[in-house]
Design a protein around this ligand. Structure first.
Ligand SMILES: Nc1ncnc2c1ncn2[C@@H]1O[C@H](COP(=O)(O)OP(=O)(O)OP(=O)(O)O)[C@@H](O)[C@H]1O
Length: 810
């Protein structure tokens, strides 16, 4: 919508007289049409800012009071408004400021809106420019309307036939938006039906031109029209050139802006990279600081801990020193007191010392006497022979007795006394440190097991011997301490088995190893320490139950192995400190019998052969001992090998030769007695005490170590004193170190602060750069928009269809 302009110049008139299609401008007041059509079309006419108006003679014009508005102020004047038309008084009031109109309950359909404006400037209106937009149903209908510039002060203006449609809600809204200042409205007229759109028509006579929309007369000659058109074209060409130049300029500006944006981006990248580096440095610094802090904390805590320890140690030492000093002074005081209070103290001390001497003397004599007793006892045994042989004859068994056989054995000095009575002195020699071997030999079924094991009611040599050992050990416990341990072995088919092993004896096969000259040992054998005779009985029972037994036609429960109980006695003389380690072997040999007599085969034959072989080896050893042979064949059987250190040489041996009284067994009895005779003929040398040198050896070995330890302790004490001094020095140096570390941490903290500050600066700088960039981008964008709008404008101007939609006024 343009202004009316003046009639004097061509260009201003031609430039401005362009009406928007569908609406028109009328620079005068309201002239009522007398056609009934116009009356029918009108729906509402509002006197904006004023009262209801009726005019005589124009009853069809009913101008309602101002009641459809929202917001705004009222302007009013009594001055006459020029070109007021039929209703000049509607131009004497106006609504101005920020306001809108809303018409309701209209039947749905097309309408056209007329807006009446009057510039009441001279009288009452606000001064200054007022340019505003008009929106109908929220769509811009009139753009930047400046009423004053079109009609001047105190004159009326109509904007007519603005098309609008009312929907089902029957609402038509009219809004005003001030561009400069605020709008003023004097009246609003709503008419039914869409406005008739008419294109501009030019007069055929070339004298006049009428705008069908705004009805403004345009009077131009053909030449003027042509000149106007040419001028108009020239003007637009000029404008296009200017626009092109502007476009070029904007492009240059855009390019420059783009270049500067790129530079800014590069700078930004640099700053970012720098910031990253700073961040990384900061992070590394932070980590280093954390580490240093951790280290420092550790050092501090260690230092604190050490310091506390040393303070406590020094306190403790001081306390002890004080206590020792006070004890020392107390003792000195007491000593002086004692010395003063007892005049005969020295005599008493001398007497006590002499008593102690006497006691030591007596103790020595007692030991000597004990030794002498042992020697005499031993000599007594030796006088009886270190190999002693006892013959025992069993009674006739029931079978023999029933068949009435003759008893072929007569005993001249026979006595039914206890067998153990004579055997016991030999057995108990083991407690004095002598190796002893007691074995039962004889034909099968002659009572070897009966002699050695016995029964629960009639205990055998094994149990009784050990019972006696514990009794004697108990009697001697004030002077000698004993450790007694028992192992039970059997030699079966020339294999050594452990009868106390938890696994079956068949599984574990033992070997005999030589420990030293003539002393053997069975590695891996169970060696059970026993404290009392009950434990002994349990062990003996366990061994007996595990023993290999079989049946032959002589003995229904014949022992098919040699059962060997080895009792090791470790003694320590508590007075002299002398230690001994001695062995007592209690052996129940397997029965000797002639193979033809026993009539055995297969496994039993093999057993019998093994038994005979080992008994024969025992015989050979006995013979070699009897003839004082230089070589004693102990190793010919497992039995003799095991008994090596307790059979012959410096040991004591006792043999029970078991015989049968039966005539049937005469041959065997003679054979057994011959063997016994051979054994009886063996002369053994004097028995030798078995010293246990293990402890001495150990002590000897330990002596240099102890001396060394003593020396070390002296050195340690000296070193500790030195250490105290060194530690004090260290403590000082640690304090200094800790101080330097603290300084370092403060330095680091300062550095971190500086870095943080630097980071802050950099961030600020970065945000500035961002802002700058944004501004440049916005400028660039607005340049682009402008360029685009220019180009659009140019292209619209060149478009003939678009041109045909324009109208000229003037
Ligand atoms: N002095 C004795 N008084 C009573 N009975 C005895 C005596 N000696 C042995 N007997 C009995 O003789 C039988 C055989 O004895 P034992 O089993 O001890 O003989 P052994 O020599 O060990 O036989 P083997 O060599 O076959 O093992 C047993 O029943 C046992 O009770």
């Amino acid at each position: 919508m343009g202004d009316g302009g003046s009639d004097t110049g061509e260009d201003p008139m031609l430039d401005s007289l362009i009406c928007v299609a569908g609406s028109s401008i009328k620079r005068s007041g309201f002239i009522a049409s007398h056609s009934s059509d116009e009356r029918e079309r009108r729906v509402i006419f509002v006197n904006a800012g004023g009262e209801e108006l009726r005019r005589q003679g124009h009853s069809e014009i009913e101008v309602e009071t101002d009641r459809f508005f929202q917001g705004g102020d009222v302007l009013r004047t009594d001055e006459e408004v020029a070109d007021g038309g039929d209703l000049p008084s509607i131009y004497q009031s106006a609504r101005c400021g920020n306001f809108c109109y809303e018409f309701r309950d209209l039947p749905p359909g097309d309408y056209s809106v007329d807006l009446h404006f009057a510039e009441i400037v001279y009288t009452n209106g606000p001064r200054g420019m007022r340019v505003f937009n008009v929106f109908i149903q929220d769509e811009k209908a009139v753009s930047e309307l400046d009423v004053y510039s079109i009609v001047g002060a105190n004159r009326a203006l109509q904007v007519m036939n603005i098309p609008v449609s009312a929907g089902k809600d029957g609402v038509v809204s009219v809004n005003f938006q001030g561009v400069v200042g605020s709008p003023t409205v004097s009246g609003i007229c709503i008419k039914q039906g869409a406005p008739e759109l008419q294109l501009v028509s030019s007069g055929r006579d070339g004298k006049s031109l009428l705008c069908d929309n705004c009805f403004a007369p345009v009077k131009l000659t053909a030449a003027e029209n042509k000149a106007a058109r040419m001028s108009f074209t020239a003007k637009y060409e000029r404008e296009i050139r200017e626009l092109k130049a502007q476009c070029q300029m904007k492009q240059d500006e855009c390019y420059e802006a783009w270049m500067s944006l790129t530079a800014a981006n590069q700078e930004l990248e640099k700053v970012r990279a720098e910031l990253d580096v700073k961040f990384f440095q900061n992070f590394t610094l932070g980590q280093a600081m954390e580490k240093e802090t951790e280290k420092m904390a550790k050092i501090s805590s260690k230092y604190e801990h050490d310091r506390r320890l040393w303070v406590a140690a020094i306190d403790e030492l001081e306390r002890k020193m004080k206590a020792i000093k006070s004890e020392h002074s107390q003792l000195s005081f007491e000593a002086h007191q004692c010395a003063n209070s007892i005049p005969g103290l020295n005599q008493m001390v001398t007497a006590v010392q002499s008593l102690v001497g006497q006691y030591d003397d007596l103790k020595m004599k007692f030991n000597e006497e004990q030794e002498r007793r042992k020697k005499l006892y031993n000599q007594l045994l030796e006088s009886k022979g270190n190999i002693r042989v006892f013959c025992r004859c069993r009674p006739l068994n029931m079978e023999e007795a029933s068949s009435r056989p003759q008893t072929v054995v007569e005993f001249t000095d026979a006595k039914d006394g206890d067998v153990f009575e004579d055997a016991s002195p030999v057995a108990t020699s083991v407690l004095d440190g002598y190796n002893v071997c007691i074995f039962a030999y004889g034909q099968t079924g002659t009572g070897k097991t009966f002699t050695m094991e016995g029964t629960e009611q009639n205990r055998g040599v094994n149990y009784r011997t050990l019972e006696l050992l514990f009794k004697i050990a108990e009697d001697r416990k004030k002077t000698i301490s004993y450790d007694i341990s028992v192992s039970v072995l059997e030699v079966y088919n020339e294999q050594v088995r452990d009868l106390l092993a938890s696994s079956p004896p068949m599984v574990v096969r033992l070997e005999i190893k030589q420990v030293s000259e003539g002393v053997n040992h069975v590695p891996g054998v169970v060696d059970m320490k026993v404290e009392n005779v009950d434990e002994v009985w349990n062990i003996l029972q366990t061994g007996s139950n595990a023993r290999a037994v079989g049946s032959n036609n002589v003995n229904g429960h014949s022992s098919r192995s040699h059962c060997m109980i080895c009792t090791v006695v470790r003694a320590k003389n508590l007075v002299t400190g002398e230690c001994t380690r001695s062995k007592l072997w209690l052996v129940d040999l397997a029965g000797s019998e002639r193979l033809a007599k026993t009539d055995v085969q297969g496994e039993r034959l093999k057993e019998a052969q093994s038994i005979n072989k080992s008994l024969s080896a025992l015989g050979d050893v006995i013979s070699a001992l009897a003839t004082k042979s230089s070589h004693i064949p102990y190793r010919n059987s497992k039995l003799t090998h095991l008994l090596q250190d307790s059979l012959g040489g410096d040991s004591k041996t006792l043999m029970f030769v078991q015989i049968s009284p039966s005539e049937h067994d005469l041959g065997e009895t003679v054979s057994s007695l011959n063997f016994a005779t051979r054994v009886r003929g063996v002369e053994l040398g004097p028995a030798k005490k078995q010293s246990d040198t293990t402890e001495i050896q150990k002590l000897k070995l330990m002596l240099p170590f102890c001396l060394c330890q003593l020396k070390c302790k002296d050195d340690t004490i000296r070193k500790l004193e030195e250490n105290v001094q060194v530690l004090e020095g260290k403590t000082k140096s640690k304090e200094q170190f800790s101080k330097s570390q603290q300084d370092k941490i403060i330095d680091l903290e300062n550095q971190v602060e500086l870095k943080a500050e630097l980071c802050g600066h950099l961030e600020k700088r970065l945000s500035h750069v961002y802002e700058k960039m944004q501004r440049k981008e916005e400028a660039c964008y607005s340049f682009q928009q402008k360029v685009i709008s220019f180009i659009m404008k140019i292209s619209e101007l060149h478009n003939p269809i678009s041109l045909s939609a324009r109208s000229f006024e003037g």
